[in-house]
Design a protein around this ligand. Structure first.
Ligand SMILES: C[S@@+](CC[C@H](N)C(=O)[O-])C[C@H]1O[C@@H](n2cnc3c(N)ncnc32)[C@H](O)[C@@H]1O
Length: 335
């Protein structure tokens, strides 16, 4: 990039990037020590938080200063306050508490320190990555995390897309069933089948029963790269698993969904898609790179790639919509 203004190029941006992991570490420590919950409950000074967390005042000062400099807290006259998103998503006990999702990538922490070696791994990548070995317990932890944001996305989907004429939906890789459960609650005439790997659907059943939608939402255990899809559906959705697979597999899955849908049916693919100029968003690039950790064949797909999978499958009236700006894009098409 050419520097057009009169100021000289400096190292500030690169320095900040080289130490960005310290920002993640501080966020995780603040979550562990329930800093934001303490602030919300009035333990909002260095001294009060030190007592509540059982740490020294100097460490309390260091952590609170870092959180304020990172834009998680701000100083108000004589005490700290949570920023709006922190107050909403990181105060324990709130319904919107999303720490499980915000610490979801933390277990890979040590491996990210070995990214160079991981990228140079000569072993052939496997199709399905870490999912092959998933247990029911691991699926429960995984979907406790995805559900903490998935139900919000499900509500957004049910508001953004008119499903009033749909009768039966297949939710491919539906996980907690968030999209299906919310859609069922919005549309009492709609039935949904959450299709996911065998250990995962055991957890989906728990979410279905917790939300009392057993009459409308069922499950089907399977691997969408190999197994048949639910029959008689006029709606197919697939959300938040796009970078876990390469073009060939995503193309095949969308082709299979097209074949399984009833004539007149529609499909919505909601995923972490890269802009067509490949300049971002960062989140799409992160999830593509994340697949290096499990040595899967997964990769980042652009919006244009996804449109071409729909076209090749036979869908018409293909459209691209922002879903959660910077995070998720929705591509849809009709059969
Ligand atoms: C990040 S979760 C998203 C869950 C849900 N769609 C949502 O947005 O809340 C990805 C899901 O895709 C499922 N998945 C990945 N590969 C799959 C496969 N080959 N067959 C079926 N499900 C799969 C995973 O088990 C997981 O539940």
């Amino acid at each position: 990039m050419k520097n057009t203004d009169s100021t000289k190029v400096d190292t500030v941006r690169l320095q900040n990037m080289s130490r960005a992991f310290i920002g993640s570490a501080s966020l995780f420590a603040a979550i562990d020590l329930e800093l934001f919950t303490c602030v919300a409950e009035g333990d909002n000074t260095v001294g009060k938080f030190a007592v509540r967390a059982g740490i020294t005042e100097v460490n309390s000062d260091r952590l609170m200063t870092m959180c304020a400099a990172s834009g998680l807290l701000h100083w108000h006259s004589d005490h700290f306050e949570n920023e709006e998103d922190v107050q909403r998503f990181l105060v324990k006990g709130e319904k919107s508490y999303a720490a499980a999702w915000l610490t979801f990538t933390r277990p890979a922490w040590d491996n990210w320190g070995k990214l160079t070696e991981k990228l140079a791994n000569p072993e052939p990548a496997t199709v399905i990555g870490s999912y092959e070995t998933m247990t029911v317990e691991a699926a429960r932890r995984y979907h406790e995390a995805t559900a903490s944001v998935g139900f919000g996305s499900g509500r957004r989907f049910a508001k953004q897309v008119d499903l009033s004429s749909a009768t039966k939906m297949m939710d491919l890789g539906g996980g907690s069933g968030a999209y299906s459960i919310v859609a069922a609650q919005h549309y009492p005439g709609l039935k949904a089948v959450v299709f996911d790997l065998p250990p995962v659907v055991e957890i989906t059943k728990e979410f279905i029963s917790k939300h009392r939608v057993e009459e409308q939402v069922s499950t089907q255990a399977g691997d969408f790269t190999r197994d048949d899809f639910p029959a008689d559906c006029d709606l197919a959705i697939m959300a938040s698993n796009l970078p876990q697979y390469n073009s060939q597999i995503i193309g095949q899955v969308i082709g299979k969904a097209f074949d399984a849908l009833l004539p007149g049916g529609e499909m919505h693919l909601i995923g972490e898609m890269l802009d067509d100029d490949r300049a971002g968003p960062l989140d799409a690039a992160i999830w593509g790179l994340y697949e290096t950790m499990s040595n899967s064949t997964g990769m980042t797909h652009t919006r244009a790639d996804c449109v071409s999978y729909f076209r090749q499958a036979g869908f018409t009236d293909i459209q691209v919509h922002e879903f959660i700006p910077g995070i998720l894009v929705r591509v849809c098409g009709k059969k």
